[in-house]
Design a protein around this ligand. Sequence first.
Ligand SMILES: [Zn+2]
Length: 155
Amino acid sequence: MRTQRQVVDYSLRKRAVLRELLAGRVGTYDVCDASPYLKNAARFHGEPTDERCPICRSENLTHVHYIYGDELRQSAGQARTLAELPVLAMTVREFQVFVVEVCLGCDWNHLVEQYLLGRDGLAGSPEGGPDQGVMGGTSAPGSGANGRRRREAQR
Ligand SMILES: [Zn+2]
């Protein structure tokens, strides 16, 4: 998404949790604790991935996108489908997105990343207009050049 900025990647933290689990310092009941709300959000607003659950390895992970920000008013804290985010990004100046991965099989869940979206992100681009940059020329700072930028490729 072209207004995506201030990306924070939580994959290191996730790996640390999985290490703790392998070492037996935490139990699966500690990390597989998705709430009914989170699971519902995953079912109704979630984005299926082709990534296997690291715990049960029988289900694929679902990504849930939560949005936060003063401008969102009563929508703040709600889950949105990935398709809804670019539309929202054109109408709101700035809001925070938290991406959570959930396994509907074993209830594993972990924060994947967070980032900002919104029209304010367009101001900094040299050519200005909202209709450029579809090819991803304005990539988010700090984002690794790995396959995890799948969402942008889908546009
Ligand atoms: Zn699982």
